[in-house]
Design a protein around this ligand. Structure first.
Ligand code: CA
Length: 230
């Protein structure tokens, strides 16, 4: 298998050297951009498998880069792990809302970084069996519109089904309540639906998923994601 290309967008030399060395050791091919615009250009040109994105960059900042990458069909699929300053909670929240896959706070251990990267890649590469997604004892058959737990059908309302489907489709990425509202309930203002509605339906969904309820993870101040690992 070809080595996975990982783009490091980071302006601090020490971190670049440390990460680069450890990525090579772990069998990845690291590429480096020390400026935001350079990082964007490389992400578009170089068939990148993953991006490690510093947030505090000269020129275009990391959050802006994340937003641009996610809105461009050429780069929207590339997984992103943000490298954030310790305690920068709001950056993390915004980053996850903008579509980053995970974050790691500086200073981080190389071992932890590699573990996070592998977890994200595992999630992304999880193959769907035709139209069926299997995670542990949970199974979703898109063609038949059926969800089962240990081969027993789970009775979901259409909204619960849609919520689960969307959370699965984004491969573990966090979705905000607003995004979930948009995608599941649409823009129909007349329905006067609030974000609380999402929480309510998530609660119902968890109940019905029983032993697999833990997979619907609440991400504080952001929204929800699906846990493929546990
Ligand atoms: Ca920096």
């Amino acid at each position: 298998m070809a080595k996975e290309k990982v783009l490091i967008v980071e302006d601090e030399k020490n971190i670049v050297e440390l990460v680069k060395f450890n990525l090579e050791e772990a069998g990845f091919t690291p590429l480096v951009a020390t400026k935001g615009d350079e990082g964007l250009e490389m992400a578009r040109q170089k068939k990148i498998d993953m991006i490690l994105l510093d947030l505090m960059l000269p020129g275009i900042g990391g959050l802006e880069i994340c937003k641009i990458l996610r809105s461009d069909p050429k780069t929207r699929h590339i997984p992103i792990i943000m490298l954030t300053a310790r305690g920068a909670e709001s950056d993390r929240v915004i980053g996850l809302e903008l579509g980053a896959d995970d974050y790691i706070a500086k200073p981080f251990s190389p071992r932890e970084l590699i573990a996070r990267m592998k977890a994200v890649l595992r999630r992304i590469h999880q193959k769907d069996e035709g139209e069926t997604i299997k995670i542990g004892v949970l199974r979703m058959d898109m063609a038949k519109h059926v969800v089962t737990l240990k081969d027993k059908p789970v009775e979901l309302s259409s909204k619960e089904y849609d919520l689960l489907k969307i959370l699965l489709e984004v491969k573990g990425r966090v979705l905000s309540r607003d995004v979930l509202l948009d995608r599941v309930w649409g823009y129909d203002q007349s329905l006067n639906i609030e974000t609380r509605t999402v929480d309510m339906h998530i609660g119902q969904l968890r109940k019905k998923l029983k032993t697999e309820a833990f997979r619907i993870v609440t991400v504080k101040n952001v929204g929800y994601r699906f846990d493929f690992d546990g």
